[in-house]
Every structure is written in structure tokens, then in C-alpha cells.
Design a protein around this ligand. Structure first.
Ligand SMILES: [Zn+2]
Length: 114
């Protein structure tokens, strides 16, 4: 519930700034490592907006790819497959010690309201 409620408060603040009241669409960008479960997020968002000015708003969840910096050779790469953090580097094959450059982000990327 906490991610949905913080998204809703961000949207409320933005709408207040622009004198809008009815939310049409909100797009949340999240990294594959952000521990966000899309189905749970959609369910929580719907449950929290029903009966409010935000009821019926479309929630778009856009996953951002993970980017790692190889712990062995320093090459930047996007891991493929399930092993995100311990994916083998395409250049040297190293599987451990990678530095996470992107993939943990979670933010409201776009809002449409009237
Ligand atoms: Zn490497």
C-alpha cells in the first residue's frame, strides 16, 4: 500500500500546483530492482482511489531496465535473464561485484489531469 499512497500524494501535490482536480492518467517508472509488484500496485491504487476525484484514472507502470557496471572490467551493461545482480558481464564474464547504475528508481514520470 505504501508505494500507492506515496504516488497518490505526489499526484495530489502536482494537481494542486496546476489547479486541476480530476486525474486522468499517472505513469510510474520503476526499476526492475525496485521491488514493485505491478498487480499489487494496480490493486492498491484502485482501492485507494475509488470514491475520490481520482477514481477511474489510468495507472501506467513502466519498467526501467537495470544497468550495471562490471566489477571486473568496468564495462556498463544491461543484464539479461533472471539473475539481474549477478549476471555475467558480456565482456569478461565476471558475475559478482557489479555496481548498480540504474534499476532501483521509482518515481512519478507523467501525469494527465483536468
Ligand atoms: Zn566485465
Amino acid at each position: 500500500m505504501s508505494v500507492a499512497s506515496s504516488v497518490i500524494s505526489i499526484v495530489q501535490e502536482e494537481l494542486a500546483k496546476h489547479s486541476a482536480t480530476r486525474l486522468l492518467l499517472v505513469r510510474v517508472r520503476f526499476g526492475a530492482l525496485a521491488n514493485l509488484v505491478p498487480e499489487a500496485m494496480e490493486f492498491a491504487f484502485e482501492a485507494m482511489t475509488v470514491g475520490t476525484d481520482f477514481e477511474g484514472a489510468k495507472l501506467e507502470l513502466a519498467m526501467a531496465p537495470v544497468k550495471l557496471l562490471c566489477g571486473g572490467c568496468g564495462k556498463e551493461f544491461e543484464p539479461q535473464g533472471k539473475e539481474l545482480l549477478f549476471a555475467p558481464c558480456p565482456a569478461c564474464g565476471e558475475e559478482a561485484g557489479h555496481h548498480v547504475l540504474a534499476g532501483r528508481e521509482l518515481y512519478v514520470e507523467h501525469i494527465e489531469a483536468e
